[in-house]
Design a binder for this molecule. Structure first.
Ligand code: R5P
Length: 277
């Protein structure tokens, strides 16, 4: 692909060999993070090129699906951006989306959302396997909230209970930057006895790190001996990776978003999913 930017920021996209897609089942691999808005628009242009060149079908592989956190509306005038993204991809010719630990789907499997067929793969097995190697002994597996319970339940793990504070505009000192939408953690509750144990806390994503930091604080208060933090998608906004590293034995994520804490490759899972198509 030839992807460039005009001086004013508009995207230029060219698929030089687009004709080769004619009559074929095309598979497009792309990351939609970071710079999600321009990455999404550029992908729409690539999809159009494939369609104009008469690809028979298009499978889109997107390791992390942006906007997956807003599939509901809470306040009047909000829209479900996750739905709009999926509908738009379908309208632009995507017949099948393959992604990982998609926030609103909350389990591994096949789905239809916004009229789009989605295969949601989970990296929980690989993450838990790696954490077991690091722990080298018994491991207590936990998720920081019930939404991520699907990641831990088949491994006998349990979930904390996260109570979110309301959304507010950041005011610098409060956590979020000025003008940024910021949602703090109200409190986190835990029933499990983690005293003297090595604990893995696993989530679908670590964004500002506030959920993970609160969960770490919680298990440490409960007397955990060692804490390992992991997630499928690592954004590590601001200095959250540094802060987590200071508090934990180990922090790691997959390479669905490439970060310095990416230790697990999603490639084998993509290959397996494509083989099964
Ligand atoms: C929320 O339900 C998600 O599963 C994550 O726990 C959350 O999005 C992580 O965000 P942050 O790192 O900003 O707390």
């Amino acid at each position: 692909m030839e992807i460039r930017q005009f001086p004013d920021g508009d995207s230029y996209v060219r698929v030089p060999n687009a004709k080769e897609a004619m009559g074929k089942n095309a598979i497009l691999f792309t990351r939609l993070y970071p710079n999600q808005d321009s990455a999404i628009f550029q992908t729409l242009l690539v999809l159009r090129a494939l369609r104009e060149n008469k690809a028979r079908s298009i499978t889109l592989v997107v390791p992390y699906l942006p906007y997956s956190r807003q599939d509901k509306t809470f306040k009047e005038g909000e829209v479900k951006s996750a739905e709009i993204l999926c509908e738009t991809l379908r309208e632009q010719g995507v017949s099948h989306l393959i992604t990982f630990d998609c926030h609103f789907l909350k389990r591994e499997g096949e789905f239809e959302y916004g009229g789009l067929k989605i295969t949601n793969l989970s990296m929980n097995k690989e993450i838990i396997g790696r954490a077991r190697e690091i722990a080298g002994g018994e491991l207590e597996i936990m998720s920081p909230d019930e939404g991520a319970n699907y990641l831990v339940k088949e491994f006998g793990g349990s979930s904390m209970k996260k109570v979110r504070a309301g959304y507010g505009e950041g005011e610098g000192a409060a956590g979020g930057e000025e003008g940024e939408i910021y949602r703090g953690i109200g409190k986190m509750e835990m029933e499990k006895d983690v005293g003297g144990k090595c604990v893995l806390i696993i989530d679908d994503m670590i964004s500002t790190g506030s959920t993970m930091l609160k969960a770490v604080e919680n298990v440490k208060k409960g007397g955990a001996k060692k804490v390992i933090c992991a997630a499928t998608h690592g954004f590590f906004l601001k200095d959250s990776l540094k802060k987590l590293r200071e508090e934990c034995e180990k922090v790691f994520v997959t390479d669905s978003i490439e970060t310095e804490a990416s230790e697990i490759s999603i490639k084998p899972a993509i290959e397996k999913a494509l083989e099964q198509m």
